[in-house]
Design a protein around this ligand. Structure first.
Ligand code: GDP
Ligand code: IMO
Ligand code: MG
Length: 428
């Protein structure tokens, strides 16, 4: 392969199993870097038999020899970060020594969370089904150039005029549009100065750290949050998150060059799930959906909401693969399909008229999926850790996915723990 750095990111609507894979690959890495999203993510790892769910910390955090980087494209909630550190510290000694955060990160503020919640509750706005963590409003501030970045909280004289401008913008909305109480300036300012004090020891030149590791020929993992179909530009807009979770977001969000990402591993489930609102052409509407959700434990790792389930949609995956230079797939949760009589893969959408809207705009409301059917298997995939032991029909299913998506499957995951992983590409 030759590529040293790897990106691990989701190609569906999130929750593909990225956290497990980043933790698994961290053994051979010197750093892992989150580059977008915030604590809307919920990445599950099994470490020493214990299930950990990470929201902001990179999934390398339990590896003492790897740095865990949070790049400038991440929106950081200081409160969420420190409660996560406290929760994870007993299982990952010395987090504070290897966690480095970019001071250029936008800070999630109390007013972002309030606006997210008010908009989702209001009848005047489309309900997106957000995680209610203030992610969208924080990214809005960044693009509108009124965000409070971590660096701003390090000096009161720098913070004051910026916060005055931004808070007055929000308080005008709270008072005149939403009809709720305004936020107190001094309280919000003091809170921000506290954020600055707490975060100061963790701040680092993340971009420079990546440059240094690259010069030393050390491997960096770039860890995506959410999935390409939730990407603000490439996903099912407006039912998306507010960042670029596809590979395009790596360079800007981590602070490196696009060519620093040598290999892009697209993580896909053997079926699809979605949390929140928005179209999902292959959604299953009968008891089978409940069966898959139950077997796959399809409950949101962040919000506890049930995940909608559907058949593997190769049309969207192929499009994302082709337009994002995806090198290979990591196919997860194939064990969840164990024992099913037949398994569908969507390989086309029938309406020609909908194709332009699909291809360029990811408008999936009106498409009608057409499927191929693969025979199921009776021997289990669950826990299998060598390709030879994969049941023949499951091998045919995997080959079909490679064929319709146009890239090889380089990793197969057959369970939540590291032992249930098959590395098809030894260079990883
Ligand atoms: P992420 O957001 O992409 O990191 O994924 P989540 O952690 O939100 O959801 C994936 C869920 O599936 C977690 O509960 C994982 O422990 C679990 N998981 C990951 N890979 C596999 C697998 O191959 N088989 C099974 N059965 N579970 C898996
Ligand atoms: P990981 O990294 C699945 C979804 C929300 C909602 C939409 C917008 O664990 O895969 P937001 O709060 O981001 O403004 O919500 O995006 N969403 C996710 N769905 N996995 C995630 O993260 C998600 N992060 C956000 O459910 O539909
Ligand atoms: Mg998740």
């Amino acid at each position: 392969m030759g590529a040293k750095n790897l990106a691990v990111l989701g190609l569906q609507w999130g929750d593909e199993g990225k956290g497990k894979i980043v933790n698994f690959l961290s053994d051979k890495a010197h750093a892992a870097c989150r580059y977008q999203g915030g604590h809307n993510a919920g990445h599950t790892l099994i470490v020493n038999g214990k299930k950990l769910v990470l929201h902001l910390l990179p999934s390398s955090i339990c590896h003492k020899n790897a740095s865990s980087l949070i790049g400038k494209g991440v929106v950081v909630s200081c409160d969420a970060l420190f409660s996560e550190i406290e929760e994870i510290e007993p299982f990952a000694d010395g987090i504070l020594d290897r966690l480095k955060i970019s001071p250029a990160c936008t800070l999630i503020q109390p007013y972002h969370i309030l606006v997210d919640q008010l908009k989702e509750k209001s009848n005047s706005f489309t309900t997106i089904g957000t995680t209610l963590r203030g992610i969208g409003p924080a990214y809005e501030d960044k693009v509108a150039r009124r965000a409070i970045r971590i660096v701003d909280t390090l000096s009161e004289s720098k913070l004051t005029p910026k916060l005055e401008e931004t808070l007055s913008y929000y308080n005008f909305q709270f008072k005149n549009y939403f009809g709720v109480d305004e936020l107190d300036f001094n309280e919000t300012k003091d809170r921000n100065l506290e954020y600055g004090e707490k975060l100061k020891p963790l701040l680092a030149d993340v971009s420079g750290t990546i440059l240094k590791l690259n010069n030393e020929n050390k491997r960096i993992l770039f860890e995506g949050a959410q999935g390409a179909l939730l990407d603000v530009d490439q996903g099912t807009y407006p039912f998306v998150t507010s960042s670029n979770c596809s590979p395009a977001g790596i360079a800007s969000g981590a602070g490196c060059g696009p060519l620093d990402v040598g290999y892009i591993l697209g993580v896909v489930k053997a079926y699809v799930t979605r949390v929140g609102e928005g179209p999902m052409p292959t959604e299953i509407h009968d008891d089978l959906s409940v069966e898959i959700a139950t077997k796959g434990g399809e409950v949101g790792a962040t919000t506890g909401r049930p995940r909608r389930c559907g058949w593997f949609d190769a049309v969207t995956v192929k499009r994302i693969v082709q337009s994002n230079s995806v090198s290979a797939l990591c196919l997860t949760k194939i064990d969840v399909l164990d024992g099913m009589e037949s398994i569908k893969i969507c390989t086309d959408y029938n309406q020609d008229a909908a194709k332009l809207a699909f291809a360029e705009c990811m408008e999936l409301d009106d498409v009608e999926p057409s499927y191929i059917e693969c025979a199921g298997w009776t021997e289990p995939c669950a826990g299998v850790n060598s390709y030879e032991e994969i049941p023949e029909n499951a091998k045919i299913f995997i080959k079909k996915i490679e064929e319709v998506c146009g890239v090889p499957v380089d990793i197969i995951s057959t369970g939540p723990d590291d032992a249930s992983t098959i590395l098809m590409n030894p260079d990883l």
